[in-house]
Design a protein around this ligand. Structure first.
Ligand code: SF4
Length: 256
């Protein structure tokens, strides 16, 4: 077995072991366990939604050496920027920022206009690529693990979200510590621990991204229906999670 294949195999085994250990652990202990078992740089990407705020709370209150970063796309809601400030104030820790490549944004706006993402799915994905995906690649450069706030019941596309997987293409362990939590459980966690949260959630914005691409969800709509709503559910992802894990457990195998 080549050294690269051996490394991939070890990481896949580690992902499986972390999954087994996490079954009976609450959020903070899942993160403590991940930090203890994984060597190297661990990156947590936050967009300041309730899930990400719960994870941020756990990382900061446990004093974990995990790099917390957000993508300042240039199109965020003022309320999102406020919760960023408030979170840093509450925990006394910095949330790092990655901005899009200036030349990339200038070329995009030159070609598609300042809000060209409304024109077509391709134009929208091009904007997400420049403002989110390319910064994500930089955020994860040299990292051994990536933590996200994905939950399996957020959408049909996320139903197969595992607790932990190994991404061989990127040679990354990806951990979704809230994969088996319901939204109500996340909200209860936020309330119990008085975690700062985005006030837009109280106005029906269940999933919050860039301001021009997010609206409040109407009664009966799914959680992510307010994201790129004009595409009529054609695609409710921005490309950040377009990975293809080599190994996936059955969905919802943990008890809530
Ligand atoms: S969510 Fe909208 S504004 Fe933000 S990067 Fe994607 S297309 Fe661009």
């Amino acid at each position: 077995m080549s050294r690269r294949n051996e490394g991939n195999w070890n990481s896949a085994v580690l992902a499986w072991q972390l999954t087994q250990k996490a079954k009976c652990l609450d959020l903070p202990d899942r993160l403590v366990s991940a930090r203890r078992e994984i060597s190297g740089r661990i990156v947590f990407t936050t967009s300041f939604g309730v899930e990400d705020q719960a994870i941020t709370h756990a990382i900061f209150t446990q004093g974990l050496n995990i790099y917390v970063v957000t993508f300042d796309t240039g199109r965020l809601f003022p309320e999102t920027l406020e919760v960023w400030v408030e979170t840093e104030r509450r925990y006394g820790r910095q949330i790092h920022a990655l901005l899009p490549d200036r030349v990339g944004v200038e070329m995009l706006v030159e070609r598609d206009g300042v809000s060209g993402f409304h024109r077509s799915l391709e134009a929208r994905l091009a904007c997400c690529e420049v403002r989110k995906v390319e910064p994500l690649v930089r955020a994860l450069a040299g990292a051994t693990a990536w933590i996200t706030g994905l939950r399996a019941d957020q959408s049909a596309e996320r139903a197969w979200t595992p607790y932990c997987s190994f991404l061989p293409r990127d040679r990354l362990v990806k951990i979704n510590p809230l994969f088996d939590w319901s939204r109500n459980r996340v909200v209860a966690f936020i309330q119990d621990h008085r975690v700062p949260y985005n006030p837009l959630h109280d106005r029906g914005f269940l999933s919050i991204g860039c301001a021009p691409c997010t609206r409040a969800v109407l009664p009966g709509e799914t959680e992510r229906a307010g994201r790129w709503w004009w595409e009529h559910g054609e695609k409710t992802e921005c490309g950040l999670h377009a990975d293809h894990p080599a190994w996936r457990p059955e969905p919802a195998q943990f008890e809530a």
